[in-house]
Design a protein around this ligand. Structure first.
Ligand code: ADP
Length: 568
């Protein structure tokens, strides 16, 4: 079907064109005065208008009509096939007075078909633009989803995404953002009266129950106490109960495999099937981020609990250790007095037991000191006294204090140092503590007759490498370091146990380490003390051949000075 309008005042032309177009597939009308023409265009717009060039003021009429009927094809009826340039740009084709009926009919037909093809193209473009826009909204909504672990925010992003693409009048979202209480989130164009709100609440709860058919819903909801959060776009106007006659869509919102809530949206205009697909897609898309948000919440709660437990444990260790120290000091003093002979001579077997008691009190004191140190470090309460220090003095101090212990065990304790090492910014007492632990361990785990060597040198981070489990830690070092190494020829540590040696309370399973005893805290304490210096500790070892324990302290700009002020 093609609608043709002829604008002419010539009766013979009107008759002639009626003969051609006043039959199927055409619908033919004629008009002459402007008002009638405009009325026709408004009420029943034609596909083609044929303008009789013979008519007065035809040019101005064509120009006027162009904006009122821009999708209509304009054909000009001329005498001799000459069209004035001034109006040629407004018309799509021309026909001449002497053209045969069939030619006129086919020209008009071709223009009707072109117009319908253009309209289809226009429609397709419009749909394409709409789809593209929706895809963009979906994309930006997904990005927002990915960036949040807050359930309420996720629900709001979902509603915003729907608003952008569906431009609804009202959404009613029932969401279980927290376990305690559901909340009804209303996003409305206009204000909602109390009566209407009661009806919406009731409707939402019924919708919710309908999702579970005959089964019991996961949560009981009391309409009277249901919490509501309203966002009104234009508070000046009010919705009435007619909102329930609007077109609407409803979808459940899941949380992974579980139920999270449901959403209903209302719009005065009709939703299309594309709208329905989009609505379902976005309501489904929010499921995964909601699940992540729940998991995150659970992990955070567990973490908080663990942190609290860890704090309690540290406090407990600290209190118990302090409480143990006082009686232990009293026992030690008593044993010292007994073994000094001030309370009378002690015979050989008594001395043997006294010595044993003194050794064990010493061991217990060391364990308690380690526990106290660790709890202080973990609570961030360890005191450090940083200054520019000479690493040679640290090594010398430890060597001197442990030479006797080494000798007693038939071991040779020596040092091979690079002379004139630069000063480092460090706490000398803490470094002595670290080195004492390493040398004590070496003495503990090395059999009689062997040698323990302390070495020191400067190295660049690129030279500090290892081919065992510490390689990754060492690859993070940057700049220059002073490296201290304690090498022994003792029992060694199996490759699989190397990293574990630095774990709290770790004692590598072998007969000697069990016999030697210890708290299993020396190395973790050393590790943390070095981390406080921006340094690191690691080891290399081979079972039954020996171990090399290293630690590195950075040579910062200030520590590179050879003779700084305030040397310790
Ligand atoms: P401990 O007080 O038990 O020595 P450490 O944290 O100092 O605690 O050491 C942890 C464990 O690492 C030791 O029990 C031991 O099994 C192993 N270890 C440490 N140093 C050496 C070493 N030089 N040779 C062999 N094993 C060692």
């Amino acid at each position: 079907m093609g609608k043709v309008l002829l604008i002419s005042d010539r009766t013979e032309k009107i008759r002639e064109y009626s003969n051609i177009f006043d039959k199927k597939p055409f619908e033919f009308t004629t008009a002459d005065d402007e008002k009638t023409v405009f009325d026709i265009i408004e009420i029943n717009p034609p596909d083609v208008i044929i303008f009789d060039n013979n008519r007065n003021n035809v040019k101005s009429l064509i120009k006027k009509l162009k904006s009122a009927a821009d999708s209509t094809a304009f054909i000009l009826l001329v005498k001799n096939g000459i069209v004035e340039q001034e109006i040629s740009k407004y018309i799509n084709a021309f026909i001449t007075e002497d053209m045969s009926e069939s030619l006129v009919s086919s020209i008009v037909n071709a223009n009707i078909k072109t117009k319908s093809a253009l309209e289809q193209l226009h429609e397709t473009n419009k749909n394409l633009a709409e789809s593209l826009y929706r895809l963009n909204v979906l994309y930006s909504t997904s990005s927002l989803f990915a960036g949040s672990l807050d359930k309420e925010k996720l629900v709001n992003y979902m509603i915003e995404g729907m608003d952008k693409s569906l431009s609804f009048d009202l959404t009613c979202t029932l969401a279980f953002c927290t376990e305690e209480q559901p909340v009804l989130i209303l996003n409305s164009l206009y204000e909602i009266s109390d009566e209407l709100l009661s009806a919406i609440k009731l409707r939402t709860v019924l919708n919710y129950k309908s999702l579970f058919e005959d089964k019991k819903p996961p949560f009981e909801i009391d309409v009277n106490t249901l919490k509501v959060k309203k966002t009104i776009k234009y508070p000046g106007k009010k919705f009435t109960f007619t909102i329930f006659r609007y077109d609407n869509m409803f979808a459940p919102i899941s949380l992974g495999d579980n139920f999270f809530g449901c959403i209903e949206i209302f719009k005065e205009a009709h939703f299309t099937s594309d709208d329905a697909t989009y609505f379902q897609t976005i309501a489904q898309q929010v499921s995964l981020p909601l699940k992540s948000a729940t998991l995150y919440q659970e992990i955070k709660e567990t973490n908080d609990k663990l942190e609290k437990l860890e704090r309690l444990k540290s406090e407990f260790i600290s209190i118990v250790s302090h409480e143990l120290r006082t009686p232990l000091t009293a026992i030690k003093n008593s044993l010292d007095i007994l073994s000094s002979g001030k309370c009378g001579e002690v015979d050989d077997s008594g001395t043997k037991f006294l010595n044993m008691a003194q050794r064990n009190v010493q061991r217990l004191t060391e364990i308690i000191n380690d526990l106290l140190d660790l709890s202080k470090i973990e609570a961030g309460k360890m005191d450090y006294h940083f200054a520019m220090i000479n690493i040679h003095s640290v090594i010398e101090y430890v060597k001197t204090s442990l030479t006797v212990v080494a000798k007693d065990k038939g071991l040779n304790l020596i040092s091979e140092e690079t002379p004139n090492l630069p000063f480092v910014y460090a706490d000398s007492q803490r470094l002595e503590q670290v080195l004492t632990n390493l040398v004590s361990n070496a003495i503990k785990f090395t059999p009689e007759g062997k040698t323990i060597t302390i070495r020191s040198h400067i190295a660049n981070a690129s030279q500090i490498t290892s081919n065992n489990c510490f390689a990754e830690d060492l690859s993070k070092l940057k700049g220059d370091y002073i490296v201290v190494c304690v090498e022994d020829q003792g029992i060694g540590i199996a490759e699989k146990d190397l990293h574990r040696a630095f774990d709290k309370f770790a004692q590598i399973e072998n007969s000697l380490s069990r016999k030697a005893g210890g708290s299993g805290l020396g190395l973790p304490i050393a590790k943390q003390l070095l981390e406080a210096h921006n340094g690191t500790i690691w080891c290399e070892s081979e079972l039954n051949k020996g171990s090399r324990f290293y630690f590195a302290i950075p040579l910062s700009a200030i520590s590179a000075l050879k003779e700084p002020v305030g040397i310790k």
